[in-house]
Design a protein around this ligand. Structure first.
Ligand SMILES: [Zn+2]
Length: 710
């Protein structure tokens, strides 16, 4: 609907001639073969102009370049929002941010009724698996829907509580290792099954800390080092798929969710402005049926990814979306109809109450709606250095009118009650006031307030202080961290994240009452912020106000429904209070909300055991070890229940699993020895001796050895 509204006013397209893209688009001569498998790789924060295939000479990127040579390279690929979560949501739903509702990295999850690429592929019989490297793409984003396996186990746990949202990440080699393990465990049969994979690599994202040898090779330009390192990861991914016989029959699409500003326009990073440094992305498609060594001149919008992939894989498309398929352009060199491209940056509005930025591109013309609008001719001025809004007023007016059409549709959607996510009215109102559920953004919020162009220095100062405060918090230098966050408060900053992190730093100093006030302030601004509810509860627990902690968690359950963490913490507090019934009720809620959460099943097992229900406990421990076989404690608990029930053989096996996972724990070796002793096996003595090696003070092991010696 949105695209239709715009299409009427689109002028004939003048194709972009971007820097570094010299070759003409040529028609790929290919036969229509359909790939059996599919892999999409999203390289977070990767600027197109850092890749050799896009003209870079500063960083060798042989693996990406080889893919580009073997496939079709989009000369002009673009995102619609320079932020990770909403960009991926757009890519995977074929809808613009206002249409799918994910506008920020801490938005509500993608609504469950918005169709996704993964869900379509799964419905078509694909086995689907995703491996993501950033917390902002964790299953709480809602992007996990449609995936049979969703590996989002990034390093999110920090001693000081939830870490900076942007810092919770894992290195790409770990992500690839998880993918390889999954491939080995599932061994996709080449001829009989279809597999679809999403691999997200976060490495080029700030902080720029490439591993050696790239850190040394790129000393002084660590972003380039991350690019070089990421290119080697692409090589490893290819080898992994080749080694398993999957590569030749796989459709590969590689792109980025956004670029990175390295000082251009005064911006460092991404997510504030809406210039091409952060909107332009690389995009390559390779695989059966795709022409080799070709380029694609028409704009490849990330909103087009899902329709294109579905058609290339022979899977029915999703009706009513804004994106369109470029499959025939990729396979036959067909020239698609020109379309406009929309983009936005709401960060200045959402986090600083300044004006938002709304963008419409039509061919080479790019219009940025702001208090002081801008117009650029990207063909002649790819660096966006000459604003033509006052000299070419006709074009500016035309693009503005087209953009207004989109914004009108956005406002109409906001008024449609059916489009609202199922959260409390109060939450919606507060989120809306912040621009969060922009379906609920106030009518006059567009291009109102301070112009971000006038605020870049202030933004840099504030985000710099925020960064420092967070780094200090991570290092547990709480007093210094409080001082950075305090300066931000003095500068007038009043964001929910600031109050949250200030609360974390205060809690680190043991100032729990002050911390509580900060968490409450954070929640007043952002009621659905789960982490703040948990931290508020933790601050109350620290003051031994357990009833208050329960109240905080229950309020959180109202403001952020279906967040397992809030019930999990509640269950633990009830357990401390000795109310096993309520504890169990809370854990059962977690288990229902998080079907793959092994830890809560283990907790339930322990609780059942403590209330004299070993049979029920046994079932939970079995679930825990099935869901996550890597945790030694789960196996140990399973072994204890089995042993207690006289099933010595199976118990011994469980303890052996525990010992395999953690060979330095004397409890496990002792338990193994004990169950072997009870079933009369001489091997028992060996395990008691090993227990004493691990822990010479482990008295029961000594006693058992003495018994055996008799
Ligand atoms: Zn990103």
């Amino acid at each position: 609907m949105m695209a239709g509204a715009v299409r009427g006013v689109v002028a004939p397209l003048a194709l972009l001639a971007l820097a570094g893209c010299g070759r003409e688009s040529t028609a790929p001569a290919v036969t229509a073969t359909t790939a059996r498998h599919f892999v999409i790789v999203t390289l977070d924060t990767l600027r197109a102009d850092r890749l050799g295939a896009y003209g870079s000479t500063s960083v060798p990127t042989p693996n990406f370049d080889r893919l580009a040579r073997e496939g079709v390279r989009a000369l002009d690929a673009t995102t619609h929002v320079p932020i990770t979560r909403p960009s991926h949501a757009t890519m995977f739903t074929a809808r613009y941010p206002a249409e799918h509702g994910v506008r920020d990295n801490i938005s509500l999850p993608l609504a469950s009724d918005v169709p996704t690429l993964a869900a379509s592929l799964k419905a078509a019989g694909f086995t689907t698996a995703a491996f993501v490297s950033s917390f902002v793409l964790a299953s709480s984003s809602g992007l996990d829907r449609g995936f049979d396996h969703y590996d989002d186990d990034v390093d999110a746990a920090g001693a000081a509580g939830p870490p900076s949202i942007a810092q919770a990440q894992r290195r790409g080699d770990i992500t690839l290792q998880r993918l390889e393990q999954w491939l080995d465990a599932h061994a996709p049969a080449k001829q009989t099954s279809r597999t679809a994979l999403w691999v997200h690599l976060y490495d080029p994202h700030d902080p720029y800390e490439p591993p050696e040898p790239f850190a040394s090779q790129y000393a002084g330009r660590p972003y380039d080092g991350e690019v070089a390192w990421t290119d080697t990861l692409l090589g490893r991914l290819r080898s992994s798929l080749e080694a398993r016989g999957l590569w030749n029959d796989t459709l590969v699409l590689i792109t980025a969710d956004h670029g990175e500003s390295l000082g251009e326009h005064g911006e460092t990073g991404h997510g504030f402005f809406a210039y091409e440094t952060t909107l332009r992305v690389p995009l390559v498609v390779r695989g059966p049926g795709i022409g080799a060594g070709q380029t694609l001149a028409p704009t490849f919008r990330l909103v087009d990814v899902t329709p294109t992939v579905l058609e290339l894989l022979g899977v029915p498309g999703i009706a009513g979306v804004t994106g369109r398929s470029l499959a025939s352009a990729l396979t036959q060199g067909a020239a698609p109809e020109p379309v406009t491209t929309y983009a936005e940056s709401l960060t200045p509005l959402v986090h600083y109450q300044w004006s938002d930025l709304r963008v419409l591109r039509d061919g080479p013309w790019k219009y940025i709606l702001a208090p002081r609008p801008e117009l650029y001719d990207l063909g002649a001025d790819p660096g966006e250095t000459r604003d033509l809004s006052t000299s070419n007023t006709a074009t500016a007016r035309r693009l503005r009118a087209a953009l207004e059409g989109l914004l009108k549709a956005e406002r109409a959607r906001a008024l449609d009650p059916a489009s609202r996510p199922a959260v409390s009215a109060e939450t919606l109102q507060k989120l809306g006031a912040l621009g969060y559920v922009s379906p609920g953004a106030p009518k006059d919020s567009v291009a109102q307030g301070a112009d971000p162009k006038d605020k870049i220095a202030e933004f840099s100062l504030l985000s710099g202080l925020m960064r420092e405060g967070l780094a200090l918090l991570k290092e547990k230098r709480y007093a210094e961290s409080v001082s950075r966050f305090g300066r931000l408060r003095e500068e007038g900053a009043d964001s929910f994240q600031l109050h949250f992190y200030l609360g974390e730093a205060l809690a680190g100093l043991g100032r729990h009452r002050d911390a509580e006030a900060s968490f409450s302030r954070s929640l007043a601004i952002m009621p659905a912020f789960t982490a703040a509810h948990v931290s508020l509860a933790n601050a109350r627990i620290a003051r031994t106000d357990l009833t208050g902690a329960i109240a905080a968690l229950q309020q959180g359950q109202k403001d952020a429904p279906n967040e397992p963490l809030l019930y999990d913490r509640e269950g633990q507090v009830w357990q401390t209070l000795g109310d096993r019934t309520r504890a169990m009720a809370a854990f059962e809620r977690v288990a229902a909300l998080a079907p793959t959460d092994a830890l809560v099943r283990w907790r339930m097992g322990e609780l059942l055991l403590s209330t004299g229900q070993p049979d029920a406990a046994l079932g939970r421990f079995r679930e825990a070890t099935t869901l996550d076989p890597t945790v030694a404690d789960f196996w140990n608990s399973l072994g204890m229940v089995l042993g207690g029930g006289g099933q010595h053989g199976e118990a011994a096996q469980a303890f052996r699993e525990a010992v395999t996972r953690d060979s330095a724990n004397a409890r496990y070796t002792y338990n193994l020895g004990l169950v072997l002793q009870r079933s009369g096996q001489p091997e028992a003595a060996e395990w008691f001796r090993r227990t004493l090696t691990l822990d010479p003070t482990f008295r029961p092991a000594r006693d058992r050895l003495a018994e055996l010696a008799r």
